[in-house]
Design a protein. Structure first.
Length: 168
């Protein structure tokens, strides 16, 4: 597969992840785990990162997030985690997702880009799944920035390209 196309995908997907990271780092502690908010800031972050990880997996079967996270996010009843996850826990999960994207894109072949994937309602070739996943991360990064603007009248700026390198 063309290296420049994979690099472009990385630059934009990585930028979405960078925007999520910036929002996490900008969140004041008073907003992070405020249980009176709906949605709770930390939970929006967790939700986005859980599905980032999930959709980047080979398949839905056998998927398991790293500890301390569980598969409860897939429960149709909408089970919330027992406690708010900390910034450090979610920043570590964000790095897990960022690395997973980079590794997948660096290894992606033309055949692999068109290979079918199915995760619940999300079905299609890998490259479409990647774009869907990137849009999902960006949607929630924007949601977090709105919450920050409402709470502290400020939010991180737009990231045009990923900060991290692409070896592809």
């Amino acid at each position: 597969m063309d290296t420049s196309f994979r690099r472009i995908l990385w630059q934009q997907f990585g930028a979405s992840i960078d925007m999520m990271e910036n929002a996490v780092r900008a969140c004041p502690e008073t907003l992070w785990a405020d249980r009176s908010r709906n949605p709770e800031f930390w939970y929006v972050v967790f939700h986005a990162l859980f599905f980032l990880d999930y959709y980047l997996s080979e398949s839905a079967e056998g998927f398991a997030p790293p500890p301390p996270f569980t598969l409860d996010e897939l429960d149709p009843a909408g089970i919330l985690p027992d406690r708010p996850y900390t910034k450090d826990e979610l920043l570590e999960y964000l790095e897990h997702g960022r690395n997973k994207v980079r590794i997948l894109l660096e290894a992606m072949t033309e055949e692999g880009a068109h290979a079918a994937r199915k995760f619940g309602r999300v079905e299609g070739p890998l490259v479409e799944s990647l774009l869907y996943n990137m849009r999902h991360v960006q949607h929630h990064a924007a949601q977090l920035n709105l919450l920050l603007r409402q709470e502290v009248a400020d939010a991180p700026r737009w990231v045009s390209r990923a900060r991290g390198p692409f070896a592809g």
